[in-house]
Design a protein. Structure first.
Length: 383
């Protein structure tokens, strides 16, 4: 039996879950170095006898904790990524059989600058401070030096791996390059109720990262054109008062019943709401700002929404710019402007057209089961 170690000390709970399911399907023993929070969010995996949990209960500095725990006869290690790589991490003794997951290709490796939109003097000062620290701490060099300590890197999708191989392989010649697909299907949950349509928009409600202006405009236009009640759930935390006011403005739309949350949503509640969705809606922006860098969704970074779509086997509506595996296109309908989104929503709600996707969903997700993806992952780790 192969023994694989996973280091997850941030908040990549869904990434940790996907990796564990893949490795368990290959009959691997797993050593998980993580936090109490991440473990608490994975209730169904806590008592698995193939998993050995090592929790940083003492809340040590990550480097101190890892220096003590990165030991043992482990066939391969997977580091799921750190929010910031600093000089302390550079001093860490990385096992020679370790792989590092690169989530945001531009801000972690390429470092291609893009000036952000600045709103007010406080925003300006924040970016000035960030920029000064970036150069003083030699962040680009630190990132590359740290990642080069690993045997190889893993990208979260084949499309990002292809971006690296096609355009940047000579510039950043990593020894081993693989992919760790987080889009893993677990179950299928077709909706049981057709008297109303339940639309779920997963993820924190953030106007900077999602195109809610377009979405709210379309909701107002289609309100009087619908023949069914719509239960619309913003399944993520609303942290800003202005954002909450924008959502509350939808309350006067009589075809919609609006629900949102202003507190953290635990994994059980999230899963239950996803299972009951008729379909999902992803108002993604083509590019998202990450400090002084922009990530191109589907090209240099992945959206966790795609993992949600695959995990719960739900039809979804998303913009046409996002690159997907060909088989996943069968789960989606695409839009490029307001009018197209309006027409798709009217059709899916009034005619329940999304049900046709459920009839072919098992075929579409055949290659996204834990066993097939786990087999590929293990080959990358052990080559």
């Amino acid at each position: 039996m192969k023994v694989i170690g996973i280091v997850e000390l941030e908040y990549h709970t869904e990434v940790l879950r996907a990796l564990m399911l893949q490795l368990l399907s290959q009959n691997c023993e797993i050593l998980v170095l993580t936090t109490e929070f991440n473990k608490s969010e994975l209730l169904d995996l806590q008592s698995n006898n193939q998993v050995n949990w090592i929790i940083n209960n003492e809340k040590e500095h990550n480097v101190d904790f890892l220096e003590r725990k990165l030991v043992g006869d482990i066939d391969a290690w997977i580091f799921t990524g750190f929010l910031k790589i600093n000089k302390e991490l550079l001093q860490l003794n990385i096992p020679k059989n370790s792989f590092y997951i690169v989530h945001n290709y531009n801000s972690q490796i390429l470092h291609s600058f893009s000036l952000p939109q600045i709103n007010g003097f406080k925003d300006f000062l924040r970016y000035v401070k960030w920029g000064v620290l970036y150069f003083l701490q030699k962040q680009k060099q630190t990132n590359i030096l740290f990642i080069k300590k690993f045997k190889g890197i893993l990208f979260p999708s084949e499309s990002i791996k292809n971006t690296h191989s096609k355009y940047h392989k000579k510039q950043f010649p990593f020894q081993n390059v693989g992919s760790a697909n987080f889009a893993i299907n677990e179950h299928a949950y077709p909706p049981e109720n057709t008297e109303f349509v339940s639309i779920v928009i997963p993820g924190n409600v953030d106007f900077k990262r999602r195109d809610y202006n377009l979405l709210f405009h379309v909701f107002k236009r289609i309100n009087k054109k619908l023949n069914k009640k719509v239960h619309l759930y913003f399944l993520g935390q609303v942290k800003c008062a202005n954002t909450e006011r924008a959502i509350l403005n939808l309350k006067n739309l009589d075809s919609f019943e609006i629900r949102y949350e202003t507190t953290f949503i635990n994994q059980d509640e999230f899963d239950l709401s996803m299972k009951s969705a008729s379909f999902l809606l992803f108002p993604l922006k083509r590019k998202i700002q990450n400090g002084f860098f922009k990530e191109r969704l589907g090209i240099t970074s992945v959206s966790g929404n795609i993992n949600d779509m695959v995990r719960f086997a739900k039809p979804a509506i998303l913009p046409d710019f996002y690159k997907l595996d060909n088989d996943l296109e069968k789960l989606c309908n695409r839009y490029s402007n307001k009018l197209e989104l309006e027409n798709i929503l009217i059709d899916w709600i009034n005619n329940l057209s999304f049900f046709s996707i459920y009839s072919d969903i098992e075929t579409a997700l055949k290659s996204h089961n834990p066993h097939l993806q786990g087999k590929k992952l293990l080959i990358d780790l052990l080559k």
